[in-house]
Design a protein around this ligand. Structure first.
Ligand code: K7E
Ligand code: CUA
Length: 660
């Protein structure tokens, strides 16, 4: 089918389904105009224009889609184990999921944030937050794998995270739950929230190679920090956090944390904080948190437990934190590409306040305060306000920008995206979303240089949009063309997990940024690397057996192994000898109670296996690697504990012990 016929067929389908579903509320599913299919259509063999890195919410992973096609390319395991890739199951990656609570195989990833240089997306890394057991992960976009995870002490519910400063100086995180500090007694009555609970902000330094370390934390009053974004341009050096529960309630928050007409956006002068750190104002405080790093040359992760963290007290140092009143339990906190405008989105508000960085600076200079909140100066609302967007919709959540002076805000309650002019605050356009949109993403839409061609909305509810799948229906995203004056819906696509925030970047930026095609075998420094079939071996030391194995199209070496006994602990260390792009091999053995291995070319991976019964155990390659992939198999013999069958292994010849 040529492209035109295909497009016409799609259009016919769209029109046809419009007729079939016309019993739905007007304007519901059919707000798609004639050329929509063409705009989202990426022909077979053609590439998408943008990569889209989408958080998986309670799946704990990050998925990669193409825009505008909505095609899924990859699910990157980050905070949850992934038996498909062996992540968190093989010996090499287990340390990645180590925490001060031990091995944690799951988390809740809400926000992705790409590294930036001069405020522009640079395609090096994408960061993700673990909401439940507070952590930040760094994913390397040369390999699309998780390279580093750092735990955050003094935190609980790492929601306002991981937001970066304009040169990726810091990845910043604010705690959602305030809790007693780790080094204080946490065994206190819950209703002592006001006295004992604190909110910590973490400033995680990012080195040249991406290496993360906690530079300092700022101890703040006990509230819920929800979201955040860094200043840029003129506001570089500042960080803005939305806070709710400034009522400091500890129960029935839906009522008790919705008492006040206004909560806050907290403005943090992190350059000033750096000065205080230099001047020795930080307190080294005992803490326990894991720092896990995957080393690409040993193909192994290590986990180190850190024991202290530097903390600044916002109460003592009066000029690093300022509260700006913000209506009705603010959620999203977004800064426009110029760095002048800060948008707060009150979940229960019917307007959007927009603050001005210049006015904020003047207000601070002229001390236009209306008092203090738990030791932090509160700026007069009007003094920092640029203006309010009137009647934009119900339940504003998040805002992104197109770089042409427009802002786009999602409305959860009224299920729509609203486009408005940042300076004049006039509403310019609105489109429905299906349904209850949370975050949205414009490629580069929270940077200094957005690529304002597409807008992707991430929805919480799909109801009738897709074929039903039992009690749980899929979550989904919708792509809008925003290149014209009016937004136009061009595609729905289902997502993996629950999508929250996402980032997107031009495909070329990532595709041409030195992506790795395979690991060089010569550079493999894994302690059990096997660089050729002659080096393969099976070594027993007590009850531990290390099998150094190789794989190449289409056999394992060795593929016959005997002398394994009940009570042994067996480690398969398998090196993939291939030196070619996209030739992974898999490894699985019957009865393994963990996962498979999926081994990239030039990589070594280890599966730990404890035989549970005497007998014969086949193993095979799980990844269809060649015409003779199905021949890529072997046998391992397990004998009783006291057996005299010696350790032997072979490939292509029969073992001398084979008659026994
Ligand atoms: Cu609005 Cu967790 Cu960023 Cu989801 S959060 S929507
Ligand atoms: Cu190797 Cu299939």
């Amino acid at each position: 089918m040529n492209k035109d016929i295909f497009v016409k067929a799609i259009i016919a389908l769209v029109i046809g389904s419009a007729l079939l579903t016309s019993c739905k509320p007007k304007n519901s599913s059919d707000a798609v105009s004639g050329d929509a299919a063409q705009k989202a259509y990426v022909a077979p063999g053609k590439y998408d224009e943008f990569y889209n890195f989408v958080s998986g919410g309670f799946s704990g992973q990050m998925s990669v889609y193409g825009v505008p096609s909505g095609r899924l390319f990859r699910v990157i395991p980050v905070f949850s184990v992934d038996p498909e890739k062996g992540y968190g199951y093989n010996e090499e990656t287990k340390p990645m999921l180590n925490t001060s609570h031990g091995f944690v195989p799951w988390d809740d990833l809400h926000h992705t944030e790409m590294s930036q240089t001069n405020g522009e997306v640079d395609g090096r890394w994408v960061f993700g937050n673990a909401n439940n057991t507070p952590r930040i992960a760094r994913i390397d976009l040369k390999t699309f794998t998780t390279k580093e995870i750092i735990e955050l002490p003094n935190s609980a519910g790492n929601h306002s995270s991981p937001f970066i400063t304009e040169n990726t100086e810091y990845v910043v995180a604010g705690t959602r739950f305030s809790v007693p500090a780790d080094n204080s007694n946490g065994d206190v009555p819950i209703n002592t929230y006001k006295q004992n609970f604190k909110g910590h902000l973490s400033f995680v330094k990012v080195g040249k190679e991406g290496d993360m370390s906690i530079a300092f934390q700022i101890q703040c009053p006990g509230v819920n920090f929800d979201l955040s974004h860094a200043g840029k341009g003129k506001s570089h050096g500042w960080m803005f956090f939305s806070c709710y529960n400034t009522e400091q309630a500890n129960t029935l928050l839906e009522v008790n944390a919705s008492q006040k007409d206004k909560d806050f956006i907290m403005a943090v002068n992190w350059k000033k904080a750096e000065e205080y750190i230099k001047a020795g104002k930080g307190k080294m405080t005992p803490a326990k948190y894991a720092h896990n790093v995957y080393n690409e040359s040993t193909h192994s992760a290590t986990s180190e437990m850190k024991t202290q963290v530097l903390v600044l007290d916002s109460k003592e140092l009066k000029d690093i934190c300022y509260m700006i009143p913000c209506p009705k339990s603010p959620h999203g906190c977004d800064v426009d590409p110029t760095g002048e405008y800060i948008v707060g989105s009150g979940k229960l508000a019917a307007l959007i306040p927009v603050f001005s960085f210049d006015k904020l600076q003047n207000a601070i200079k002229n001390k236009q305060f209306e008092g203090e909140y738990d030791g932090i100066p509160v700026i007069k609302y009007e003094a920092a306000l640029h203006g309010e967007v009137q009647k934009p919709g119900l339940g504003p959540l998040h805002t992104e920008f197109d770089g042409k002076g427009n802002a786009y805000t999602t409305f959860f309650v009224s299920s729509e995206v609203v486009k408005w002019d940042i300076k004049s605050l006039q509403v310019l356009d609105r489109v429905p979303t299906y349904y209850s949109v949370g975050h949205l993403c414009i490629p580069g839409g929270d940077s200094k240089k957005p690529f304002g061609k597409y807008l992707i909305a991430y929805n919480k509810i799909t109801k009738d949009r897709y074929l039903p799948t039992g009690p749980e229906l899929c979550q989904s995203a919708q792509i809008y063309d925003i290149s014209g004056d009016k937004m136009q819906l061009i595609l729905d696509f289902p997502t993996i997990g629950e999508p929250h925030y996402a980032q997107a970047a031009p495909a070329d930026l990532i595709r041409n940024n030195g992506q790795l095609k395979f690991y060089k075998l010569a550079d493999n420094k894994h302690p059990f690397v096997t660089k050729g079939e002659k080096e393969t071996k099976v070594v027993r030391s007590g009850k531990r057996v290390d099998i150094s194995m190789t794989c190449i199209r289409s056999h394992f070496s060795p593929d016959n192994i005997e002398g394994i006994k009940m009570g042994d602990e067996v480690y398969f260390h398998i090196t993939n000898l291939e030196q070619d792009w996209d030739v992974p091999h898999g490894f699985s053995i019957k009865g393994a109670n963990n996962a498979e291995l999926l081994i990239m070319p030039g990589e070594t991976a280890t599966l730990k296996w404890t035989p549970d019964k005497v007998g014969m155990y086949p193993f095979y390659c799980t990844d269809f690697c060649s015409a003779l992939h199905q021949e890529m198999q072997g046998y391992l013999r397990v004998s009783p504990a006291g057996s005299t069958v010696p350790i032997t292994f072979s490939l292509g010849t029969n073992l001398s012990s084979a008659t026994k």
